[in-house]
Design a protein around this ligand. Structure first.
Ligand code: FES
Length: 125
């Protein structure tokens, strides 16, 4: 739920996120840096993270929107194969050093929203 310090921003229609399927990309400003983030659905729930690997600070999808491994159970970085839990962002293997940075999402009446945080804002144009 959004607090007075946070904003709830429309991300996409719920139907755009299919379990284990392609991600929806969006842009955020994290600690003053404009970065891409991605949202996925896993076991029915939506999750989002900064699109920045914790091995080398680079985007994880060489093919845009492809974050799940072949099993559909893990998020995988295409560069060197680090794997992460889709529901927590925890690193479960490979060369990465720690969890992905989570972006809080909510889902209501067929719409997915992302929430700003003290260090996470909309991108200023
Ligand atoms: S950059 Fe992601 S595993 Fe190396």
């Amino acid at each position: 739920m959004a607090t007075p310090d946070t904003q709830r921003i429309v991300l996409c229609a719920s139907a755009a996120l299919v379990d284990g399927g392609l991600a929806v990309a969006f842009e955020v400003c994290h600690r003053g840096q404009n970065l891409r983030a991605f949202a996925v659905r896993f076991e029915g729930r939506v999750h989002a993270y900064l699109n920045r690997c914790t091995h080398v600070a680079m985007e994880m999808d060489l093919r845009e929107g492809h974050f799940f491994d072949d099993s559909g159970c893990l998020l995988i970085c295409a560069s060197h194969g680090a794997v992460f839990a889709p529901d927590t962002g925890e690193c479960l293997g490979g060369p990465a050093r720690g969890p992905l940075v989570k972006v809080f999402l909510s889902e209501e009446a067929g719409t997915v929203y992302w929430h700003t945080a003290p260090d996470l804002h909309t991108v200023a144009f």
